[in-house]
Design a protein around this ligand. Structure first.
Ligand code: ZN
Length: 432
């Protein structure tokens, strides 16, 4: 359906520059036709949805979130990553072998995602093919555009969350891919080795070859997602497990799972965290055009550290944001934005005064164009972008003080979980 939204239009013209105006935003065939102070004649017959004094923002993109972990968000944060995985995460994820449990849990997750500001996401499921497809069914029905991974794990995992062999894991992955590529319009499979410690070389190699093989077959190129340099103990472990690698990223790169296939073709790749990516790894991230999913809340909760986002941005490395539920405690991308700004302030104050903290416009940029670019021409309200947007309602926050739109945006970001998303559109379809 073609239509027009009316309200305060806000989006990033650049990382530092916000556009704000009051007027009409036009959607034709799922794509923005731009915005106007007065509605041009050619669009005058389109229905207008008038959102009054509310803010219209680009849809928010969560480039790293674990759907099965939604059920225990906010638990276990006296532990660091590896102990947290063993104590809380793996036992919970093992339950997703049971389709009834998965059905209930994934319902809660998807409904929450639809309620909030997220329009697109890169999502981890579990190793289980059937429940991963059940999650994808729900996401497809929600109208959100997502990439979803059946997770691969064939070593260093508990018996009830470990695939029997690399061959078994690859076979299940192939079956899942075939079904998913055939079945869904806007729920895309993404190759998801959990992280280097839980995947044998044989499995990683097989996944790299699968990416190559499906390059021609797939409706779109298969992307890859995984974890990278999140925690010091994890990094030491990878060094011991993957002899001969020059850095953690190399453990993926040598199998064609780090931005480039083994035969040298681009592979869209997102790596979460990069708290401790040393120089060599930064060079590789840049050279292979890998996107970093910065997950500041999760990095705080699990005492992981602070990723040097300003340094990455200065070098031209691609950065997006991730809630990393359940390392993070909320699927709200406003919350992730304020976390990103806040940890960057502590990084600047305590670690490196050369690296200025992130500003409000930059945080919005990372949550919109930063993550949106992983999906194509996504993340802006300007003409030609896919029409993803949210209408945010802060009118109930009573104050006698007049505020301009940029002040209201800042307040929405910092008050995060209190922000009300009144309406949401993805590719021109209203999903809320
Ligand atoms: Zn994660």
């Amino acid at each position: 359906m073609d239509f027009v939204l009316k309200g305060h239009i806000v989006y990033n013209e650049s990382p530092l520059k916000l556009h704000t105006s009051y007027g009409y935003l036009v959607c034709v065939d799922g794509v923005s036709r731009g915005f106007f102070d007065a509605l041009p004649n050619e669009f005058s017959k389109l229905p207008v949805m008038d959102y009054g004094d509310r803010l219209i923002l680009p849809g928010l993109v969560d480039l790293h979130v674990h759907a099965p972990q939604y059920s225990f968000q906010g638990i276990g944060f006296d532990l660091e990553l590896l102990d947290w995985l063993e104590t809380h995460t793996f036992p919970e994820e093992a339950k997703f072998d049971d389709s009834r449990y998965a059905d209930v849990a994934y319902d809660f997750f998807v409904k929450d995602l639809v309620e909030g500001g997220t329009t697109r996401a890169c999502i981890y499921a579990t190793i289980h093919k059937e429940s991963t497809l059940a999650l994808m069914d729900k996401l497809e029905a929600s109208g959100l555009v997502t990439m979803v991974g059946k997770v691969n794990m064939d070593r260093n995992s508990p018996d009830n969350l470990c695939e029997a062999s690399a061959a078994e894991s690859l076979l299940k992955t192939r079956e899942w891919l075939e079904t998913a590529l055939e079945k869904y319009q806007h729920t895309y499979p993404i190759i998801t080795p959990r992280f280097a410690p839980s995947c044998t070389d044989e499995l990683m190699q097989g996944l790299g070859l699968l990416v190559q093989e499906y390059r021609e077959k797939a409706v779109r190129k298969l992307a890859v997602q995984s974890h990278l340099s999140e925690n010091p103990s994890e990094i030491e472990w990878v060094k011991a497990l993957c002899p001969g690698t020059e850095c953690y990223g190399d453990a993926y790169d040598r199998f064609g799972l780090f931005g480039k296939s083994v035969d040298g073709e681009p592979v869209p790749t997102v790596m979460a965290h990069c708290v401790y990516s040393a120089d060599k790894e930064e060079d590789l991230l840049l050279a292979n055009d890998v996107t970093i999913a910065h997950c500041p809340g999760s990095n705080l909760n699990l005492s992981s550290g602070i990723a040097p986002i300003r340094r990455f941005l200065k070098r031209g490395i691609k950065v997006a944001l991730g809630s990393d539920v359940a390392g993070g405690t909320s699927t709200s991308m406003f919350r992730v934005m304020s976390d990103a700004i806040q940890v960057s302030k502590m990084y600047w104050r305590l670690i490196n005064q050369e690296d200025a903290h992130l500003s409000v416009p930059e945080a919005l940029y990372l949550a919109t164009i930063g993550g949106g670019s992983f999906f194509g021409k996504v993340g802006s309200l300007a003409e030609g972008y896919e029409f993803d947007c949210i209408v945010v309602d802060d009118l109930a926050w009573r104050t006698p003080k007049p505020m301009n739109v940029i002040e209201r945006l800042e307040r929405i970001i910092y008050r995060a979980d209190a922000a009300q998303v009144k309406a949401k559109f993805v590719r021109g379809v209203q999903v809320k």
